[in-house]
Design a protein around this ligand. Structure first.
Ligand SMILES: Nc1ncnc2c1ncn2[C@@H]1O[C@H](COP(=O)(O)OP(=O)(O)OP(=O)(O)O)[C@@H](O)[C@H]1O
Length: 284
């Protein structure tokens, strides 16, 4: 939105709009910095994820895309800066403090399934561990959730008996399953770390459409996924699965815009990344 678009409005109207604008911010990173040893990876990263958004984080390898996802999920603490969840600052890691009102799910690149557990046990893991639901109730819910990601009759299989694309779908099912005996279902932001890495083009399309569909379905979807963030290198995923992009380079957001603006941007960093050229500001 144009920065000055409020300038012609009466002051109080502008203020009301500003307040409303902030009320749909689910996750905000403010000036987040993170180093590993001597290596400074994030050098002051700021952005907001709003209700209803499908956001992609792109950028060269090693610029800290997975790191920022882990920080948003509360698995890593920033060295400096703030992470706000629904306007409340989160201190430390997610385990240290109960932040209610928003669930944040992270779907790992490797799918990260437990090898010795069946698909049913993997998908229902948190419910078996933490909920008061009966085992047959959980089993039914697992079957329904697997169906929502297009999988049937795989509950008794081990992860080693699945293809890479199926594993990613099982991981997706695990992140969207929720205790449906609870009265209030909190909204959820899902964070995907390279969900289509290593998949053939058709399997990638299936996963990209699933990412969209579990969110678009809204009331029908298992869980209440209101927004999602995808870290990806795949152009097809950028085009198909997200609406807005954040470009991370050398520890900072160097460009942000809508997906359709990415292809026509004149920013030299974006141009080089979009074309895969060796000439340009990004050096390996
Ligand atoms: N726990 C850790 N300890 C030490 N170094 C780490 C740790 N996690 C990440 N790094 C380093 O931080 C840098 C950024 O890693 P990160 O995985 O966030 O990058 P990325 O942008 O997601 O990369 P890629 O696109 O290749 O997946 C890398 O140099 C990585 O080696």
């Amino acid at each position: 939105m144009d920065e000055n678009s409020n300038s012609h409005m009466p002051k109080n109207l502008g203020a009301a709009r500003e307040a409303k604008d902030e009320s749909d911010v689910l996750i905000e990173c403010r000036n987040v910095r993170k180093s590993f040893g001597e290596k400074q990876i994030l050098k002051g990263v700021s952005f907001k994820i709003r209700h209803g958004e499908a956001v992609g984080i792109i950028g060269p390898s090693g610029t800290g895309k997975s790191t920022i996802l882990k920080i948003m999920a509360g698995l890593l603490a920033p060295d400096e800066g703030e992470v706000l969840i629904c306007g409340r600052e989160r201190h430390g890691l997610v385990d240290d403090e109960e932040i209610s009102g928003l669930r944040i799910g992270l779907v790992f690149q490797s799918a990260a399934l437990f090898d010795s557990l069946t698909v049913r046990e993997n998908v229902g893991f948190l419910l078996y561990e933490n909920s008061k639901m009966a085992k047959d109730q959980i089993a039914k819910l697992v079957t329904e959730t697997l169906a929502a990601v297009g999988l049937k009759d795989v509950e008794d299989r081990l992860p080693s008996e699945l293809s890479g694309g199926m594993k990613k779908r099982v991981a997706l099912a695990r992140s969207i399953i929720f205790d449906n005996t609870k009265e209030a279902i909190e909204p959820e932001v899902l964070l995907y770390d390279e969900p289509t890495a290593g998949l053939d083009p058709i399997a990638s399309t299936v996963v990209e459409d699933l990412i969209r569909s579990v969110y678009i379905k809204g009331d029908d979807s298992p869980g209440n996924i209101t927004s999602y963030v995808v870290v990806t290198h795949q152009h097809s995923t950028i085009r198909r699965a997200v609406d807005r992009l954040l470009f991370l380079h050398e520890g900072k957001i160097v460009w942000e815009g809508m997906t359709h603006e990415f292809a026509t941007s004149t920013n030299p960093i974006v141009r080089q990344f979009a074309s895969g050229s060796l000439d340009g500001p990004i050096r390996y």
